[in-house]
Structure formats: C-alpha cells, structure tokens
Design a protein around this ligand. Structure first.
Ligand code: ADP
Length: 528
C-alpha cells in the first residue's frame, strides 16, 4: 500500500515538474546560498542562458536583478512569499521587466532553504503601454493643435437602430433617428471647438448634447442618419450657433473610425467659413453691380435700336388713328373698318409698351431669381432689340430651335444680358467683312440629360477670335475694340457659371467664331 502511494506521489510530482519545465513563464529555483538549482525552458528562452550554464551560478551575479522593492526580503521571510515587479539583465545585455512571485522553500525541519521564483516578462506589455501612451499623447497634441474645431461625440445611442436600419422604412428610420437626435453628447472637444461655440474651456463641453450646436436641427438629423447608415466620412456645410448666440457658418466633416463599431467616438470637425461666405456675398454684390453697369452701357449703345423699335408702332398708331378718323368722318361712316383701326392701335401700343417693358427690365438692379424660361423666346426678344443694329450692318440672324425643347431654368434678365452680349459681339465682328455673307446662326439643342442641359450655339461668319487662346477672351479687360471695355464676356461667364452652366469660345473653319453655352435644368424652378 505504502509503496503504491509513494509511486502515485512521485508520478504526480514528475508530471508537475514537466509542466513547469514547459510553461512559458520562467521558473527558477535557488537554494539558501542564492545558487540556482532549478531552471526551466521558459527561463532559457527569456534570459538566453542554457540550464547547464545557469544551474550552479549565483542568481544575483547571473541575472543582475535591480529595482527590487526594499521590503521584498522581509515580506518573503514573514509571509513565505512575495510578488512584484523587478528588472533583470538577459544574456545579450538587454534589460527586461518581469512580474515575479517568490515562494520560500522550507526544508523538513521547517527552515527556509531558498526560493522558487515564477516570473512573467512584462517588457512587451510595458512597451505596448508606453507606445499607447505616446500615441495617445500625440493624438491629444494633434487634437488640440489643429487650427479647426474637433468634437469627439458619443453616438452609441443609435447603435441598435443602425443595426436594424435595413428592416425599417426610410421614413420610420428617419423618425426614430429624429427622436434620438438630442442624445449624442460631446465626450471631448479641442480649444478651437470650445472657442467656436463661445465656451472658454473645452472641458465645459463634455456631456453637452451636440444637437444644441446646430442652428438647423434637421442638418444634425441628416448627419446622424448618414452615420447610422454606415457612412464613415460625410461633409456638409451648415451653421452652428454658439452659447453666446453667435452664428458661425461651417464646413463639417464627420468621420467614424472603422474600429468604432459602437458609434462611441464619432469625430465632428468644423471649419469656420463665415468670413469666406461674407466675402462671397460681397463679391456677388460687386458682380451684380458690374453686370448692371454693363447692361446700362449696352442699352446706351442700343439707344438707336430701341428708339426704332418704339417708333415703328408709334408711327403705325398714328397711321391707324388717321384712317380710323377717316372711316368715321365719311358721309356713311364705316364702323367695321374703324373698329379694325382701333384694334391695330391697341395692338401697336401693346407692342411699344412691350419694348419699353423689356428695356426697363434690363435697367433694373435685382437679385438673381430663377424661373422656367424658354431660351427661344429670349433669343427672339433680344433679336428684336438688336434688329436695327443687325439690319444696319446687313447681318442676317437665323435661329433654329424647337419651342418645346428649349426650356431651361434661369434668371431671365441675366440670360438676356448674356445672349445680347454674344449677339452684339458677333454683329460688330462681322461688320468689317465684305467678301462673304454676314450670317449669325443660332442653334438651341435640347438637354441630352439634366446634367448636360440645353446647349446654345452662336456661329458667325466674321473674322473669328484673333487671340490664339480663345479662352482668354473671358478674362476681364480683354478687348480689340477702340471703345470696348472687355468686360462683356467676363460677365457672361460669371452669369453662366452662377447658373451651373458652361461657356466656351472657339474659331470655326474656314472662318468665323462659335460661342457655345450649356445650361443645366436646375431642380428648383420658381415662377414670377
Ligand atoms: P468688348 O466687347 O468690350 O470688347 P467682350 O468681353 O464682350 O468685350 O469681348 C472681348 C473681345 O472678344 C472683343 O473685343 C473681341 O475681340 C472678341 N470677340 C468677342 N466675340 C467675338 C466674335 N464673335 N468674333 C470675333 N471676336 C470676338
């Protein structure tokens, strides 16, 4: 019985020794004189000493332990064990940090006779912690130092909704998001973020609902919907309202790291564009002033044409008034003919009034207003105003357009101005031509797609642009005319670009110039 029990005990012990030998941790056994008497595989791997080199050496001399707590020996003696961090040197001279546990060895008489040490290498863990700390410091430094506002926002409240987005209708999804919109809160903000919203200290922002910053709550709901739909980067222009009530125009960029699956660290970055927007408003006002001045100048040049346009119906009125009188003062008055003369008087006065109305519209200074327009109609109106000019210079104007397909949306007066400028230029350019017919051909082609829009082309038989780079004529103050200002085409380009259209100029072969304009069909169409 005894021998069987002894055998079982020995088997169990040798099993434990084998386990200790293969553990990744270090196991080192020292006797009472600090001589190493046990050294496992883990110790060989970590320190680089083989068991035959380590066993028999003094522990202190081989391992150069340092940074050991001063109370370690005392605790070991009193409690029979101690654990803590120590620093040791490996065979290759590299210093490593370990977490060790010392257990006193007790002999059969109950006396301490050395130490069993279990150790785990902390070097990598320490380095990883240091690296993490360093990158956190770096992140924090960048977070604070960038010139624009950053808010780190906890949007985890939308987590569940985000995962069930595909099962909800778009409207229900938006409604749910709308109900949660005030819940996401600012975890952290940088100095620029605090400053932008009128708070002295970024720390004051922690816990604030980010929705409070948005002047238009819908714009935050839209952002939140995009985040919940899995969009990682989102840019939008909106307005924030600071605590002090100050409104700030911003371009927002919202990003969510791919690792942030729970929407806890959504970054909202804001670039203050208030000054830029104010400058743009001033610039637009200056352009409008300039365009107005250009219109007045053009009208000045057209004074003769306009007078002619008004004069024609006036003469007709005079003629019909005389004949009306004659029909009535006859011995047997002809009422039917008289009424027909009155009709003609009314029609001609409408014609004269129409010309005056158009000219007055062109002299008005109004902010841009987009309506549904028929380009063909505008061309006919402008052709009428320019008739004296074109007749005087023997220019034939041919227009090709389909009334139903030349619909665009734009500002009537501005587009009239563009068309008038281009047609005037063509008429003036052709006036010097003597060896061929002077023809201005205008085509309007329907929009191929809403993005390409309607296309208008003006082709003349003049000398063409004498500038090798025809695009240069759109720059201000480029002119070949003695009386020219060189602003016309530059204003045309401003107007067309403001309509999201394009304008190009090129020479035709063998002679002449072509100016093409595309105008998209914008979504918003008002009525006037
Ligand atoms: P301006 O009419 O005051 O010169 P614009 O900007 O309207 O200013 O035109 C700039 C220049 O472009 C003109 O001076 C002329 O040289 C050239 N140009 C414009 N249209 C034509 C055309 N159809 N044919 C030839 N040259 C043209």
């Amino acid at each position: 019985m005894l021998s069987m029990r002894d055998r079982r005990t020995r088997d169990a012990l040798s099993e434990q020794v084998r386990m200790l030998a293969f553990t990744h941790d270090t196991v080192i056994v020292r006797d009472a004189t600090d001589t190493i008497i046990g050294w496992n595989d883990g110790a060989t791997k970590l320190y680089g000493w083989r068991p035959e080199e380590a066993i028999g050496s003094k522990g202190t001399a081989l391992l150069h332990g340092k940074n050991i707590s001063s109370s370690a020996a005392e605790e070991l003696q009193a409690a029979g064990q101690w654990s803590g961090e120590i620093t040791r040197r490996r065979r290759d001279g590299q210093w490593i940090v370990l977490n060790v546990r010392w257990i006193s060895r007790i002999d059969s008489s109950g006396k301490a006779c050395g130490v069993i040490e279990f150790g785990a290498d902390l070097t990598e863990q320490k380095q990883a912690t240091a690296e993490r700390k360093r990158s956190e410091q770096q992140y924090s430094a960048i977070f604070q130092a960038v010139g624009f506002a950053i808010y780190e926002v906890d949007c985890s409240v939308i987590n569940i909704l985000a995962h069930s987005a595909s099962q909800l209708s778009r409207q229900t999804f938006q409604e749910f998001i709308g109900q949660l919109a005030d819940k996401p809160y600012i975890r952290d903000a940088n100095h620029a973020g605090a400053h932008l919203t009128g708070r002295p200290n970024p720390r004051d922002m922690a816990g604030t609902s980010i929705s409070l910053l948005f002047s238009d709550p819908k714009s935050w709901i839209d952002i939140l919907c995009s985040i919940a739909n899995g969009i990682l980067d989102y840019t939008v222009e909106t307005t924030l309202t600071g605590l002090d009530g100050r409104k700030v125009d911003v371009v927002l960029r919202i990003t969510r790291p791919t690792t942030d699956v729970e929407f806890r660290r959504v970054l909202v970055m804001a670039l203050d564009v208030t000054e830029r927007n104010e400058a743009q408003i001033k610039l637009r006002a200056a352009h409008a002033e300039l365009a107005h001045a250009d219109r007045i100048t053009t009208l000045g040049q057209l004074a003769a044409s306009i007078a002619h346009e008004v004069n024609q119906p006036l003469s007709a009125i005079m003629t019909f008034a005389n004949s009306g009188q004659r029909w009535l003062t006859r011995t047997s008055p002809d009422i039917v003919e008289a009424i027909s003369s009155f009709d003609q008087i009314a029609a001609n006065s409408s014609r004269a009034a129409e010309v005056i109305k158009r000219v007055r519209a062109l002299t008005r200074k109004e902010t841009s207003y987009h309506t549904a327009l028929n380009l063909g109609e505008i061309i006919n109106e402008v052709t009428l105003l320019l008739r004296k000019e074109s007749d005087g210079k023997q220019v034939e104007i041919k227009t090709h357009h389909n009334p139903t397909t030349s619909l665009v949306s734009g500002d009537r007066i501005q587009l009239q101005q563009v068309i008038m400028n281009i047609m005037m230029n063509a008429i003036q350019a052709m006036s010097a031509i003597t060896d061929r017919a002077r023809i201005l051909e205008i085509h309007i082609k329907p929009a191929i797609s809403p993005s390409t829009g309607a296309l208008m082309s003006f082709e003349d038989t003049g000398p063409g642009f004498n500038n090798p780079n025809a695009g240069d004529i759109f720059h201000p103050f480029v002119t070949t005319k003695a009386q020219g200002m060189g602003m016309g085409l530059s204003i045309c380009r401003e107007i067309v670009c403001a309509h999201d259209g394009t304008i190009n100029a090129t020479n035709r072969t063998p002679y002449g110039a072509i100016v093409t304009i595309t105008l998209p069909i914008p979504k918003k169409v008002g009525s006037r």
